[in-house]
Design a protein around this ligand. Structure first.
Ligand code: NDP
Length: 331
């Protein structure tokens, strides 16, 4: 299928200076791989320890407006929460007068929900790694690629897709074993990313906490036994790894038939309830309702967010986890 791409031509980016804006998780990883791919890379950052790190790594570093000014393309790799302000104050003014510019994002959120509105003279593309920056570096050091979602929101030059795929190659995602780019969009990326965060992750956390509370409070199980069973042993990570390698259902073969029977019966029993929950959350994401909620929460100084973090840290499960992890020398 042509929506899956395994390799691309770097030539649309040759002779282009790319400014990596933000030298954090993604920024430091992507800048180094772009340079190793033979592309011309400079870094834009605020003057702090990240600036110094970029210099130590051998990059020319500039204040963000100057870096963008000096470049023909920019990878915007600052946190999504600060992106709208950084874009408006430090990036957009340096792009406006240019004939042509390539703007790349590593997540769809701000463009999809209208918090960043790029000028019409720029190609607006997305190369979104399905991987943290550390994972990107680790895989690249082993000569491996990684999965990315690629999108084009605005094709001012007529060559935005070629440039986006060239970037996916330049940052080491494709053209290497294990690498794949899936043609998608900013909206789809934002939906998928938030769907995980709003459905199976919190449902998993809620299920684990409910299991812990019931086992300890109602059945007198020791907290350490419960924690080790439900997540502290690392078995969960092994299952996740097998899901990625062998398939979500196929990996069940590694578990007993008693386990398979229990899992399949309860999976079908709860599916409809969970689907209803997922439909509600997806609708809130797609309509922009969640983005507005989070934006208002940030404007108010994150009172709900801070209260919920406090609640989570003060829960009996977190306290027992702290004791266990100290005993296991993880803390
Ligand atoms: P980080 O938090 O690691 O990077 C932050 C960088 O932005 C630092 O250089 C930081 O500099 C700079 N920065 C932070 N605040 C400001 C500000 N107010 N003004 C100017 N610069 C600022 O971000 P990530 O690498 O995690 O995320 C970057 C993008 O990549 C996001 O769009 C994210 O969604 C996407 N992404 C991230 C993944 C990950 O690995 N976490 C995975 C996939 C996509 P300083 O702190 O010195 O101010």
């Amino acid at each position: 299928k042509d929506s899956i791409v395994f390799d691309a031509d770097l030539s649309p980016l040759r002779g282009t200076t790319l400014a990596v804006v933000g030298y954090g998780n993604q920024g430091s990883a992507q800048a180094k791989i772009l340079r190793a791919s033979g592309l011309d890379v400079i870094v834009g950052n605020v003057r702090d320890s990240y600036w110094e790190k970029a210099e130590r790594d051998g990059f020319k570093v500039y204040d963000i407006p100057e870096a963008v000014e000096r470049a023909q393309g920019a990878l915007l790799l600052v946190p999504d929460e600060v992106m709208p302000q950084v874009f408006k104050e430090k990036v957009e003014p340096s792009i406006k007068g240019k004939d042509d510019f390539l703007l790349d994002f590593a997540s769809g959120y701000n463009v999809a929900f209208g918090f960043v509105r790029p000028p019409s003279n720029a190609d607006v593309v997305m190369v979104a790694p399905r991987m943290i920056g550390w994972g990107v570096t680790e895989l690249h050091s082993k000569g491996m690629g990684y999965p990315v979602l690629v999108g084009v929101e605005q094709d001012a030059s007529g060559a935005a897709w070629e440039r986006a795929l060239a970037l996916a190659k330049g940052v080491g995602a494709i053209g290497l074993p294990g690498g794949v780019a899936v043609k998608s969009s900013f909206q789809e990326e934002a939906l998928l990313d938030l769907m995980s965060e709003h459905t199976w992750v919190p449902v998993l956390f809620a299920a684990i906490k409910a299991c812990f509370d019931v086992a300890v409070e109602e059945y007198g199980v020791s907290p350490a036994a419960a924690l080790l069973e439900f997540y502290a042993s690392g078995e969960l990570a092994e299952i996740a790894q097998l899901m990625a390698q062998e398939g979500i259902f196929e990996q069940m073969k590694h578990h007993s038939t008693t386990s398979q029977y229990g899992t399949l019966t309860r999976f079908y029993k709860y599916y409809d309830q969970v689907r209803e929950l997922v439909e509600g959350e997806a609708a809130q994401i797609w309509s922009g309702e969640f983005a507005r909620e989070w934006s208002l929460e940030q404007q108010a100084g994150t009172p709900v967010f801070s209260r919920l973090w406090r609640l989570a840290r003060e829960s009996s499960m977190s306290k027992e986890e702290h004791e266990l992890y100290r005993a296991l020398k993880r803390r």
